[in-house]
Every structure is written in structure tokens, then in C-alpha cells.
Design a protein around this ligand. Structure first.
Ligand code: ADP
Ligand code: MG
Length: 246
């Protein structure tokens, strides 16, 4: 009997920058098809964790596995299975939307012909077909983020990492981006780790992991966090949980 490996496993991940304990032993899991919100205030350690998950930093201690591939022993296999949208926007604004995507497909070594067909199909799916030849600079903030999401999906990752992906977007664009990602978990069975400081976005996830000062304070359903804290809204429960430690 075989069971599908979790999309992501972190075990006791630690990282310090000099005296700053950015991550004090973080453990969490993301199942295939599951959207997990990593909810924490600024400075909680969300981006540091993402940098470790994408191999940009090496953890001081702990283990990371993507689809069963260990990030330390087998980084190529681990990285091949993940797609990421970083907190900082990373499109070449002077290149066309399509050229940005083709460049990324080439970087991943995807076969050109099938990649180009896939890019056009995905642009159409995201409602961006009309803008394929336009410079990325001409797109709205929401559409730039969609292009980054599309780019992260080009190599069909099993795990999608989104770091504060809605920063700078208006509420309607935020909602649309969250909608797209929720739909992906259902349609493609992708596991998603969605880092945010916004409670409204965390409410859309299947599960919430609350991170504060490098420690996981809660891991479970939003409704259970409300129950645990005796609050009727996730916002109030989150503020009580994190505020209690100030
Ligand atoms: P978040 O993304 O949740 O806002 P970060 O992971 O960016 O949090 O930061 C966590 C902590 O680690 C903060 O105290 C931050 O100042 C510190 N930190 C992050 N990156 C560095 C770095 N490269 N050098 C020194 N300190 C850092
Ligand atoms: Mg951050």
C-alpha cells in the first residue's frame, strides 16, 4: 500500500541572523490539494521560511521535504516540484508578458513547443490573452501578479508557495487572486502555502498556521482557533493569540 507523500513537510526548522532568532523550530505540513495559510505579523519569519523552502538560505537546523524529496540531500528534485511567487515582484517590465513566461520556461528547460502552447492556454485561462504581446509594465498590479502566478505554474509544480502575493493590490484584485489559487487546489491537487499578514486571506484557506516571532502558535482550522480563543472572528482570535505575547 502506498500513500501520497505530503506536498511539504517542515520539521523543526531553525534560522538565526546573528542574535535574531527568525525561526525557532518551525514544523508544518501541506497535503496535496490543501491550501494552508501561514498567518503572521510583519517580522514573524514568513519570508525567511520561504527562502529556506526555495533553497536561497540553508536552515541552521531541521528538515524540509517537498513531495518526499529532502531539500538538503536532494535539492534538485525538491526544487523541481515547487513553484513560487516571492514577496517582491519579479517580472522584467520591459519584456512582453509572453517573453517573460517563455524566458522562465527556457530556464526550467521545458520543451519549447509544448511550453509555448501551454503559455498561450494559461494566458487565455487567466483572461490575459489580449495582453500577451504587451510589455509587462502596461499591466495592472493584479494582472502582473497573475502573470507571476502563471509563471510559477508553468512546470506543473506539486507545491505552490505564495509570499504576501496580494501586497499592493486592491481588495477586488486580492479576492480574484485568492479565488484562482483556491481553484487550483481543487482542479490540480496542488498543495499551497500562502503567507500573509491579512486575516481575511487566511480565512479562505483550508487550514491556518499562525507564526509569530519564529514560532508556530496554532495549527488547525480557523474555526478551532476562534473556539480556542473564545472569539467569534478569526481577526479577534488572531490578535488575542499574538497580542498575548507582546
Ligand atoms: P516576515 O516575512 O514574516 O515579515 P521575515 O522573515 O522577513 O518576516 O523576518 C523575520 C525576522 O528576521 C525579522 O526580525 C527580520 O528583521 C529578520 N531578518 C530577515 N531576513 C534577514 C537578513 N537577511 N538579515 C538579518 N535579519 C533578517
Ligand atoms: Mg515577508
Amino acid at each position: 500500500m502506498t500513500t501520497a507523500a505530503p506536498a511539504l513537510v517542515c520539521r523543526q526548522v531553525k534560522k538565526s541572523f546573528g542574535p535574531v532568532h527568525a525561526l525557532g523550530g518551525v514544523s508544518l505540513q501541506v497535503a496535496p490539494g490543501e491550501m494552508v495559510a501561514l498567518l503572521g505579523p510583519n517580522g514573524a519569519g514568513k519570508s525567511t521560511l520561504f527562502q529556506i523552502l526555495t533553497g536561497l538560505f540553508v536552515a541552521d537546523a531541521g528538515e524540509v521535504e517537498v513531495l518526499g524529496a529532502d531539500m538538503r540531500r536532494n535539492p534538485v528534485a525538491a526544487l523541481a516540484r515547487l513553484g513560487v511567487v516571492f514577496q517582491q515582484m519579479a517580472l522584467d517590465l520591459n519584456l512582453s508578458v509572453r517573453a517573460n513566461l517563455r524566458f522562465h520556461a527556457d530556464l526550467h528547460g521545458l520543451p519549447r513547443r509544448s511550453a509555448h502552447l501551454r503559455i498561450d492556454a494559461m494566458l487565455a485561462h487567466f483572461g490575459l490573452a489580449d495582453q500577451a504581446s504587451a510589455p509587462a509594465r502596461s499591466l495592472s498590479g493584479g494582472n502582473r501578479r497573475k502573470v507571476e502566478l502563471l509563471r510559477a505554474l508553468l512546470h506543473e509544480p506539486a507545491l505552490l508557495l505564495m509570499d504576501e502575493a496580494t501586497v499592493g493590490l486592491d481588495p477586488a484584485s486580492r479576492n480574484r487572486l485568492v479565488d484562482e489559487v483556491v481553484a487550483l487546489t481543487a482542479s490540480r491537487g496542488i498543495g499551497v502555502l500562502w503567507a500573509t499578514h491579512l486575516v481575511a486571506e487566511a480565512e479562505r484557506a483550508h487550514r491556518v498556521v499562525v507564526l509569530d516571532k519564529g514560532l508556530v502558535l496554532f495549527d488547525g482550522a480557523a474555526a478551532d482557533l476562534c473556539l480556542q480563543q473564545g472569539q467569534s472572528s478569526l481577526e479577534a482570535a488572531f490578535l488575542q493569540l499574538t497580542g498575548a505575547r507582546q
